[in-house]
Write a protein that binds this ligand. Structure first.
Ligand SMILES: C[S@@+](CC[C@H](N)C(=O)[O-])C[C@H]1O[C@@H](n2cnc3c(N)ncnc32)[C@H](O)[C@@H]1O
Length: 445
């Protein structure tokens, strides 16, 4: 049976498993190459991304429906089992179609014996619905509430625990946070300041003006934003509203004295640098953008074409740039990315807690370097796309202890936004604000 959307979803899952591909890069190009558009493309995307996100729950269910350990199941068949069980447990695809279409794909690629195995396992999966499976395979809610919610919303436990810690242990809110993180997010655009307004951009793209960022537009579901004319013409860029807000927070801090030299110490691929560069062009400031990785520095160059931005390919910790020179400095530090998991379908299963110590060291060193580069009275924004306590509040507290920098109340720079917490930092959340879970602390040298 010819089933291009499911075939594409299955092939993209294989690429993610075999060569560590990113689903949100590999699938769109596969769809373009194969001429899959419209509803078929939307179906392939929903099945591929949804299966990637839900892997933890799906594997727990599949393990209880097979005799052998999943690690011994052939990779392609495991992809098919995950794709089939995702449709059974998390979509409105009728069960007979979820099983039948998956078995057909396996038969066409791998023959009857493999198809028989997949058919038998999926029939066992289909015996219960999602909630019933969660009750069966998840840790008991009264004994291990975080573990229960983690499995129910398909997050690794350590990530769910880090969200719980950042939310002060409120389990109802944790459930909302994990559920929102598990849903498909809208694409956000940022209108380029000085070139086009958010209202004009919304009119051109069929999107709607964002709630909090004056430059933000939320696109309606579906479609490839890279194809939009305003994006191709650099009147707008794809950028989460939270990323816009933390950039605007830095730009909005009142300063005494000079305000003409701005610095972005971790600039690649250039989303925040482009927004800062466009604001700088209006306000008579220039931006220097530092990026260690050469290929990412090239992306910064492209993103900032036509703006008063100079790119330096150098390590931000030892940049050789002048100390005590910059009025505003952004440190958008390399981090675990736990705040943007909804946009990177497989990322939650790739990240490891062991990644943290190296990142924490790098984050501290970059923030200390930024404070050295800022002029006395200048402001530094420390930003992560993660709510993990260690790489947010922990890093900031540690650097303040070492440097004596003054922490400003960042909440003042997020006007009219609810639920910003007790400060002085700001932690945004998908379930509270509809943004990625961006963290922002503002420090004055
Ligand atoms: C979170 S990303 C920045 C995203 C970017 N600000 C944007 O909005 O598009 C962090 C960046 O820091 C870069 N990076 C990592 N270590 C660095 C270092 N020591 N110095 C400068 N850049 C570094 C990474 O290559 C990555 O591009």
């Amino acid at each position: 049976m010819d089933d291009p959307p499911r075939r594409a979803a299955l092939d993209a899952l294989a690429a993610v498993r075999e060569r560590d591909a990113y689903a949100n890069l590999v699938l769109p190009s596969m769809l373009r190459q194969r001429g899959i558009h419209g509803r078929d493309a939307a179906l392939a995307t929903e099945l591929c991304y949804g299966t990637c996100r839900a892997r933890g729950l799906l594997d727990a269910v599949l393990q209880s429906c097979t005799d052998r350990p999943l690690s011994e199941v052939d990779g392609e068949l495991l992809d098919a089992l995950r794709l089939g069980s995702y449709q059974l447990l998390r979509t409105r695809v009728p069960p007979h179609a979820a099983v039948g279409t998956t078995v057909d794909l396996v038969r066409a690629g791998r023959g009857s014996a493999a198809a028989g195995f997949v058919n038998a396992v999926l029939r066992r999966v289909g015996v219960r619905d999602r909630d019933s499976w969660v009750r069966t395979v998840a840790p008991a809610a009264d004994e291990d509430p975080v573990g229960h919610l983690a499995l129910a919303h398909s997050h690794p436990r350590w990530i769910a625990q880090s969200f719980a810690d950042a939310l002060g242990g409120d389990l109802d809110e944790l459930a909302r946070a994990l559920a929102t993180d598990d849903a498909r997010p809208l694409v956000h655009l940022a209108a380029r300041p000085g070139r086009i307004s958010a209202a004009e951009l919304a009119g051109l793209t069929g999107g709607r003006v964002a709630r909090y960022s004056p430059y933000g537009v939320h696109l309606a579901d579906g479609g490839d934003p890279g194809e939009l004319v305003p994006v191709r013409d650099q009147l707008a860029q794809v950028q989460d509203e939270g990323s816009q807000l933390v950039t605007l927070a830095l730009a909005g801090v009142p300063l005494k004295g000079a305000d003409a030299r701005w610095l972005d110490l971790c600039a690649g691929p250039g989303g925040k640098a482009a927004l800062l560069g466009a604001l700088g062009a209006i306000r008579g400031a220039t931006l220097e953008a530092v990026e260690k990785a050469e290929h990412r520095a090239r992306l910064v160059d492209q993103a900032c074409a036509g703006l008063p931005v100079t790119v330096h390919v150098v390590d931000g910790r030892v940049s050789g740039l002048p100390e005590r020179a910059y009025d505003r400095v952004l440190v958008d530090a390399p981090c675990t990315g736990l705040g943007a998991l909804r946009r990177r379908p497989e990322a939650r299963w790739r990240r490891r807690p062991e990644d943290l110590p190296g990142l924490l060291r790098l984050q501290r060193e970059l923030l200390v370097a930024a404070l050295r580069l800022a002029r006395p009275g200048g402001v530094v924004a420390y930003v992560t796309c993660s709510p993990h306590w260690d790489e947010t509040v922990g890093v900031v507290a540690d650097v303040i202890r070492r440097t004596g920098a003054e922490q400003l109340d960042a909440r003042l720079r997020f006007p009219d936004m609810p639920a910003l917490g007790e400060g002085p930092h700001v932690q945004l959340w998908p379930h509270r604000h509809g943004t990625d879970a961006m963290f922002c602390a503002l420090l004055r040298r």
